[in-house]
Design a protein around this ligand. Structure first.
Ligand code: SF4
Length: 638
């Protein structure tokens, strides 16, 4: 089976039974890998009332069709489960080397079922697959553990770990690999921890069969030659995503003080220039990558140990640096290290602490709640103390371990109004009050607010930031194209920053697999996944769909107080009108429920049957469904 390792593993953690089956070629062709595999398996296998942290949730490890190919750039691997943060479908991906290593060991998919009786790790060395005791590793930090396991097993093992947060079920726990690459979002680390799996260690030394290696090599060499001199290459190599800090401040979308503001007066103290000048140790790349956007840094703070971390990258600088109002790049890098080693997503973790800082600012939580400590903006000692309270679920740390939505529901006092989240997932590092399409993207996303599902800041600029009409179909287009890369499991930055076209990625897949696949077909797979996840979410959480596509009050009605976006806000009426246009562009009814016509066209009529049984199937649309549901509405800028 060209392009694939050939074997699927299914492991019952309760009994220790390990089953190997040949990877089903029809399943692989239909869902392509990673995010596609995750969507279908979760839909088929997890009971709708299963507790995300209970035995009936499954935990999926899934590389994709391009993982392990050197063509640009098959570095990614996906993880899937029902999310403890959103109670919906979860998938989260990361780069590094684990995905390729797994395929070189011969595996395309791993499904972990039930709960292990004691702490274990999954050991894979080519054909040897074992569950081994992790007693001696339980309680260790993610980064500390990866180093320890490399010492124990050998440098050539690729290892993914969770930290104490994952063990303790913090809903924004992540999975860490390669000393700083994370599958950060959706709480996948908490589900891995709930299974009592502390780590996955893989060594693979086999080859991956390719259908037409010469053609794939030629295409890759052409792309390397062309992208080497692309004007974006130099800044990305020098600063990574951190060069974006000034760009987003100048455009009034940089989250500051828990999104109270959208411009950080001291952004130059925490931007990419400062990072490179003061902290950079070396550049770092994922498997097969010639862009090396990773920045390996050292944080030096008097009175604290020197720490090393990959990052901070843009999202961390925005949601830890800006949102918690830091003014020192070493403090941001140190906070990044703490979050990584404790095993928490820097995005949701940073946002949750920023939300707590605003609660402290307003007197909603006090020193009495904080073990006598304070929680002041930009104070690294306060940040560290509170972060450790969350990781250990001590005192009020237990409340914030549920994320901003869960904490707001527990605290009451209308704190939900300034919890910047959608469906229980914290916003990425872009304020939306001057960027209405980005607000629509966050609120309609299948996994909650995440820029990787659809990033529309440049689209909002191109189409006019005060315009609301005509943007929803573009959001649908972007929601289909961005997740393509999660299904293919390759780095989307080569498309987004270096102009490698989606058609070239599809050509790579044809050379790799021998499939007669087209870009249009890939768009349909993406749309199919999107609709299946929507149906799954409604089946788990009830409906109508519209009641879940909700924007936080701050982002609807609180004008930006100063900076380039001063005075702007979206407004509830405009947002509802955008939702109407969005549902129409998707072929859903006005309640936001998918219609049978769309689900049938996509080949997932079984989901229509399931929705019909619970009264959540969309009413037929008077004019029929749109023929092209966003696929061809490509904006000029992405
Ligand atoms: Fe990894 Fe960055 Fe290269 Fe993408 S560009 S593969 S994220 S190092």
């Amino acid at each position: 089976m060209d392009g694939f390792g050939g074997t699927t593993l299914r492991i019952n953690l309760a009994t220790g039974e390990i089953k190997r089956t040949p990877t089903d070629p029809a399943f692989a062709r239909e869902w392509m890998g990673a995010r596609g595999f995750v969507s279908k398996l979760l839909y088929d296998e997890v009971p709708r009332d299963a507790d995300p942290l209970g035995p009936d949730n499954i935990f999926i490890v899934a590389p994709g069709v391009m993982t392990g190919s050197f063509s640009p750039v098959g570095s990614k691997i996906g993880f899937g489960c029902i999310s403890p943060a959103t109670n919906g479908h979860a998938d989260s991906s990361m780069g590094g080397h684990l995905g390729p290593e797994l395929k070189y060991a011969g595996y395309d998919l791993i499904v972990l079922e039930k709960i292990a009786p004691e702490a274990q790790y999954l050991y894979i060395d080519n054909d040897t697959v074992e569950l081994r005791s992790a007693d001696k590793y339980w309680g260790m930090g993610s980064i500390d553990l990866e180093k320890r396991m490399k010492d124990d097993l050998g440098e050539d093992f690729q290892i993914a770990t969770i930290g104490p947060a994952g063990e303790n079920g913090i809903v924004f726990s992540c999975i860490t690999h390669d000393f700083g690459r994370q599958a950060g979002r959706c709480g996948v680390g908490a589900v891995m921890g709930s299974k009592r799996i502390k780590a996955i260690a893989v060594r693979g030394t086999k080859s991956l069969p390719a259908h037409d290696l010469d053609a794939m090599t030629k295409l890759t060499c052409d792309i390397i030659e062309r992208t080497k001199t692309h004007p974006n290459m130099a800044p990305w190599q020098k600063y990574g995503t951190a060069f974006f800090v000034g760009w987003s401040n100048e455009r009034g979308c940089f989250p500051t003080k828990n999104f109270q503001k959208t411009y950080h007066e001291d952004w130059k103290k925490i931007d990419g220039e400062r990072l490179v000048e003061e902290c950079l140790v070396t550049h770092k790349a994922c498997f097969g990558c010639w862009m090396n956007c990773g920045k390996y840094s050292r944080a030096r703070i008097p009175g604290k140990p020197d720490t090393y971390v990959e990052g901070p990258e843009y999202e961390t600088i925005a949601l830890v640096g800006g949102s918690c109002a830091f003014t020192n790049i070493h403090h941001v890098a140190y906070a990044n290290y703490l979050l990584d080693n404790l095993g928490m997503d820097t995005m949701s973790g940073g946002s949750t602490i920023a939300f707590a800082m605003e609660c402290y600012q307003r007197g909603i939580i006090t020193k009495d709640d904080l073990e006598g400590n304070e929680l002041r903006w930009g104070n690294i000692d306060d940040f560290e103390h509170f972060l450790r309270m969350i990781a250990a679920r001590r005192g009020i740390g237990d409340v914030f371990a549920r994320g901003t939505k869960g904490a707001a529901e527990s605290l009451g006092q209308d704190t939900i109004a300034f919890a910047s989240q959608a469906k229980g997932m914290e916003f990425s590092g872009y304020d939306t009050r001057w960027y209405p399409a980005q607000l629509l993207s966050y609120c309609t996303s299948d996994i909650g607010a995440h820029h990787n599902r659809s990033w529309t800041i440049t689209t909002d600029i191109e189409l006019g930031r005060e315009n609301y009409k005509g943007k929803a179909p573009v959001v649908v287009y972007l929601q289909h194209i961005r997740p393509l890369f999660d299904t293919w499991s390759c780095c989307r930055l080569f498309w987004g920053e270096l102009d490698v076209t989606p058609e070239e990625h599809v050509e790579t897949i044809r050379h790799l697999t021998g499939w007669d696949v087209t870009l249009d077909e890939c768009f349909l797979v993406s749309e199919k996944i999107w609709n299946l996840n929507r149906a799954h979410y409604l089946e788990r959480n009830g409906g109508p769909g519209r009641k879940h596509d909700v924007a936080p009050a701050r982002h609807l009605s609180e004008p930006v107080p100063d900076g380039p976006a001063e005075g702007h806000t979206v407004g509830a009426e405009n947002f509802e009108a955008m939702l109407d246009e969005y549902y129409a562009a998707r072929g859903w009814d006005r309640d936001g429920n998918p219609t049978r016509e769309v689900l049938d066209v996509l080949g997932i009529g079984f989901a229509a049957d399931d929705l019909e049984k619970i009264g959540l199937l969309g009413k037929p649309l008077p004019g029929g469904i749109p023929k092209v549901r966003g696929q061809k509405l490509k904006p000029k800028a992405m």
